[in-house]
Design a protein around this ligand. Structure first.
Ligand code: SF4
Length: 694
């Protein structure tokens, strides 16, 4: 501030990093951003923030930003800067040629969970109405797609049940497969406040995360399970609750499908699901597991929070349903202080899913095969829609290798870095005739692109984000886009180059269309958001003020549905060559693949990814902290430095995935969730050996 001068004006907008959705006053002097000040009236953050939202916005002006469109005929050729018009005409012509030669289903698109709701909506509309197929997907494929599947199958709605403030009424907080201190810091602070007031904490995680023991907070139970055994642990907890008569019979009778409950209760009651029988599988002390289950069932309001340690498994969807089963069995749904709460990673991953970014669902999670829903969109959009669900990202890549998928539009996503089995992603991209990357930077995926369309930052656009608690908040333009166009304008310009005749003048008009076509958004408008500060969907005639708590009087599908979730061990096995299990996570100062946080002036962000290894495993291999090690799996290998620590259990190693040099996804496998194809990032059999460095 001293260098730039005092601010002259301020714009309230929403953080573009994580799913907490903190709001800030962006303080400006002229066209220069002076500082980001957490907004005291922010409904998700109440004036708090973490270091990323407050300080890591320098990437907006980083020299790596590409501001001119570029094209090239082949990926071996150099990029050529062109006008927007030439880039869009080239792209539209190539799309038309590929469609004529190979059919509409040879085309596809990926929406961005970093972009606004309005922008995600337009990309999926472009694919469905312009390309003529349903090959649209989102980065949620690799993070929270099992949340969408699992919560819809049990509760009828693909979203978390509570607002963040609800945690202040929780008596028992169960955190499974999440590390809020690093990944959702502002909410973690609120959770710790409640824990300091006396709420009890259960942590289910292979790693001793910060929450297990931090100043003035100590978990009542830490269940350090073997990676890949979530379902076994949750089934054992259910076994204790049912066999010891701790289930909430009244809630089940009044709110749930009782026949399904009876089947589920019989299943979990089987002796083979007892904590004692499963202890050798899970690695969790049966006594601790029994005590934790009793605490969750009888300790008052029980609230469950989970993250990617639940979803990124071959049984990700099963784990989400197992969590929902536990909450229903104990009556922990439908009031403050309870619930099932996915901690969403990206700022707008909830929103991109809400907007119809999945190949089988239109906005509001309505199946594409439903004729009445399709008819609603067809009448509004003036086109006939393909009734067949489209391809998911991994299936697009498989089809590209096979030659039947030829062109991909990727907005705000670096799939080469973020998706599993990097070699396979590269092979798929290299096989395509046309790859269009729409982003801030020439990312790794752009190495395989033929068209680069410059993107705009959250500071340069209007629209909305939806955070992990379904809270829709305005993103307000702080400065003009350096590339000349907001992302929704680029997608609209491409649509019009294809002859679609779109004429949105402002994202508010796109939201009006979303509200018109999506019952859960019927009462949402930019005007209402400006007036109210935020709204939590569903917002409609039944819930005119929005819905901080879901399922208060009933579930969206009538009765809550218990789904039997049998534990199935992953196909990824340890053995003599790969005896350790690798699991992954994040650190507070970095964000995902680091595209933004690595491009800030503050050197704090330049910490490297390290491999945590238990002292016992390190000693066996002659490895010391700070030493280079080679991390190898059946899929690939990489090199990084070791940190010897007992935060991880013997047999388990852990790393983060923020730096492209580490390429953690070179070692991850092709295994994925049985229901949604969410990759199994959290379980990879590996070997670790000393190395001389990269
Ligand atoms: Fe942004 Fe998340 Fe940090 Fe809030 S907690 S400032 S939303 S990164």
């Amino acid at each position: 501030v001293a260098e730039i001068g005092k601010p002259e004006r301020a714009v309230v907008t929403t953080c573009a990093y994580c799913g907490v959705g903190c709001t800030f006053r962006a303080e400006m002097r002229g066209e220069q951003l002076v500082r980001m000040v957490p907004w005291k009236d922010g409904k998700a953050n109440h004036g708090h923030s973490c270091v990323k939202g407050r300080f890591a916005w320098g990437y907006a002006n980083h020299r790596d930003r590409v501001l001119s469109p570029m094209i090239r005929e082949g990926i071996e050729q150099p990029w050529r800067e062109v006008s927007w018009d030439e880039a869009l005409q080239f792209t539209a012509r190539r799309i038309a040629e590929i469609k004529a030669a190979h059919g509409a289903r040879a085309l596809g698109g990926i929406t961005s969970s970093r972009c606004t709701n309005e922008e995600a909506y337009l990309v999926q509309k472009l694919v469905r109405a312009g390309f003529g197929c349903n090959n649209v997907d989102t980065c949620a494929r690799v993070c929270h797609s099992p949340t969408g599947y699992g919560l819809k199958a049990t509760f009828g709605t693909s979203a978390g049940t509570q607002d963040f403030d609800s945690v202040m009424d929780a008596d028992v907080i169960l955190v499974i497969g999440a590390n809020p201190t690093d990944a959702h810091p502002v909410f973690a602070s609120q959770m710790k406040r409640r824990l300091r007031e006396g709420a009890k904490l259960i942590v289910i995680d292979p790693r001793r995360i910060d929450l297990v023991r931090s100043p003035h907070v100590e978990a009542a139970f830490h269940l350090p399970l073997r990676p890949g055994t979530n379902v076994a642990v949750l089934t054992a907890m259910a076994h204790v609750i049912v066999t010891e008569g701790l289930a909430d019979e009244q809630f089940i009778r009044e709110r749930c499908d009782t026949e399904e409950y009876a089947d589920w209760a019989q299943f979990v009651s089987d002796a083979k699901h007892s904590p004692e029988v499963l202890e050798p599988v899970t690695g969790v002390s049966a006594a601790d597991l029994r005590a934790a289950a009793r605490l969750y069932a009888t300790g008052g309001n029980g609230a469950i929070y989970y993250g990617l340690g639940v979803t990124e498994h071959s049984q990700g969807s099963s784990t989400v349903m197992a969590i929902a089963n536990l909450a229903m069995a104990t009556g922990n749904i439908g009031r403050r202080g309870v619930g099932v709460n996915p901690l969403r990673g990206q700022n707008n991953v909830q929103g991109s899913c809400d907007m119809g970014s999945f190949p089988h669902e239109l906005a509001g999670y309505r199946h594409i095969s439903d004729a009445a829903t399709r008819a609603l969109f067809e009448a509004d959009w003036g086109v006939a829609l393909d009734p067949e669900p489209g391809l998911r990202i991994p299936n697009m890549l498989d089809a590209a290798v096979d030659g039947s998928f030829r062109a991909l539009y990727v907005q705000g996503e670096d799939i080469l870095q973020s998706d599993p089995n990097t070699h396979h992603v590269a092979a798929g991209l290299a096989a395509m005739d046309l790859v269009i990357v729409h982003d801030l930077f020439l990312n790794e995926t752009a190495n395989y692109a033929h068209v680069f369309l410059p993107g705009s930052t959250f500071l340069e656009k209007n629209g909305t984000f939806t955070n992990a608690e379904r809270r829709i908040q305005l993103v307000r333009k702080v400065m003009e886009p350096a590339n000349g166009l907001e992302d929704w304008e680029v997608t609209q310009a491409l649509a019009n180059a294809m002859g679609l005749g779109w004429d949105y003048a402002h994202p508010a008009e796109i939201m009006a269309e979303i509200a018109r076509l999506t019952p859960s958004f019927a009462g949402v408008s930019h005007e209402a958001l400006d007036r109210e500060g935020s709204l939590q969907w569903p917002v409609n005639a039944a819930h005119p003020d929005g819905s901080p708590i879901m399922h208060v009087d009933g579930f969206a599908n009538g009765k809550g549905k218990f789904v039997i979730t049998d534990y199935v061990p992953t196909d990824e096995k340890t053995g003599p060559r790969f005896p350790l299990l690798l699991t992954t996570g994040r650190i507070l100062s970095q964000y995902n693949v680091g595209a933004q946080t690595r491009r800030t002036a503050n050197t704090v962000w330049h910490e490297e990814d390290v491999l945590e290894i238990h002292p016992h495993d390190a000693e066996n291999r002659g490895i010391a902290s700070g030493q280079w090690v080679r991390l190898a799996s059946r899929t690939g290998e990489t090199t990084l430095r070791a940190e010897v620590t007992d935060r991880v259990a013997p047999g388990v190693v852990y790393t983060t995935f923020h730096h492209p040099a580490t390429q953690a996804n070179v070692v991850t496998t092709d295994y994925s969730d049985w229901a949604t194809n969410c990759p199994e990032y959290k379980v990879t059999a590996v070997q670790v050996a000393p190395s001389n460095g990269p």
